[in-house]
Ligand binder design. Structure first.
Ligand code: ATP
Ligand code: F1X
Length: 310
């Protein structure tokens, strides 16, 4: 089983604009609303690929109701933890002329006192060996600073595989709990080491420092430059496909979805990277954070180039 966790889901409001200008009145071309938050996107993409997962979500208020209704309509399996505060709405501005993608994310509501205990006990009682726990996205105010560590530790206790896609201090902290795999993008890796990275050799060398701390695998996504897989013995580069980018929202989540689904099916690294990159290509060809249309998935899988560097 793949269990995703979204502590801070969102309604993603995607606004298309021609030539976005700050300090001016801008008129929209199109607006759409999707249910989002990184773990929800991972579950949506797994479902679109014909896979199965359980999405654990903390929701509340009218926005929470909207998310539950949409999730049910799309056939997403959910474990719902109710919170009093209204779930957030995030703005995604796509400038269709200049091809820029701007995110404005709300912090989300405060967590009720009971929520942390509820989520930890659910994870503890649900996961067993061979399961996958996928933790991604931001947290809620009111939850412990080391909430992600606590969730990883629950999974470690039963020998489940843990995948984490979080940023900033949360990433720095969660590494101490030794998740099986983390997926920073290159900017998150730079922030982690307080440096700037230009060459692939540097990405590999910083990722190897994390492997030395006890992680099994570090997957670094690098936008149109593709993806690096680094583990104790090997390094693979998966090259991105050239596609018509409609929205990059959820590209990283599609990578995580492809990794989780393929590793859960015990595919090898090369196959896993092919699936992950192909899923991301399908998602970025899709408007907003609508579920990616996976019609091209198999064609893309056969096109992705994987290079074994070590
Ligand atoms: N412009 C692009 N052209 C082709 N592929 C892309 C492009 N941008 C992203 N991708 C694909 O999506 C993957 C993930 O992208 P990226 O590294 O930007 O993730 P991220 O920063 O975690 O994404 P997110 O925007 O979801 O936070 C890349 O590894 C690549 O396969
Ligand atoms: O604020 P967070 O939790 O870091 O990110 C939330 C978010 O930007 O991530 C998804 C795309 O990856 C969107 O659906 C959502 O709005």
């Amino acid at each position: 089983m793949i269990l995703t966790v979204t502590l801070n889901p969102a309604i993603d409001r995607t606004i298309e604009i021609e030539n976005l200008e700050v300090d001016k009145v801008n008129r929209t071309l199109k607006v759409r609303k999707d249910i989002g938050g990184k773990g929800i996107n991972v579950s949506k993409t797994i479902l679109a690929m014909g896979g199965d997962s359980l999405a654990t979500i903390i929701v509340g208020g009218p926005n929470g109701d909207f998310i539950l209704k949409e999730a049910q309509q799309m056939g997403l399996k959910t474990k719902v933890i109710l919170n009093k505060g209204n779930t957030r709405e995030n703005i995604k501005i796509v400038d269709v002329v200049n091809k820029t993608y701007t995110d404005i994310n709300e912090p989300g509501p405060d967590a009720d006192e009971a929520v942390e205990e509820e989520i930890l006990s659910f994870i503890g009682s649900t996961l067993s060996e061979n399961d996958f726990l996928v933790l991604s996205g931001s947290s809620l105010k009111g939850l412990s600073d080391d909430i992600f560590n606590k969730m990883v530790e629950k999974a470690n206790q039963v020998g489940a595989y843990t995948m984490v896609d979080v940023e900033g201090e949360k990433l720095r902290t969660v590494i101490e709990s030794k998740p099986s795999l983390i997926k920073p993008n290159i900017h998150e890796l730079e922030a982690l080491f307080n440096t700037s990275i230009t060459r692939i050799e540097e990405v590999v060398s910083y990722a190897q420092k994390l492997i030395e701390k006890g992680l099994q695998t570090v997957v670094v996504s690098m936008g149109e430059k593709g993806l690096l897989w680094i583990d104790e013995n090997t390094v693979y580069l998966g090259e991105a496909l050239k596609v018509d980018v409609k929205s990059t929202v959820g590209a990283g989540d599609a990578i995580v979805a492809g990794l989780a689904k393929s590793l859960n099916e015990k595919r090898n690294v090369e196959e896993t990277l092919r699936v992950a990159i192909s899923a991301a290509s399908c998602v970025i060809e899709t408007e907003g954070s609508k579920t990616g249309n996976m019609a091209s998935l198999n064609t893309y899988i056969s096109k992705v180039d994987i290079v074994k560097l070590v």
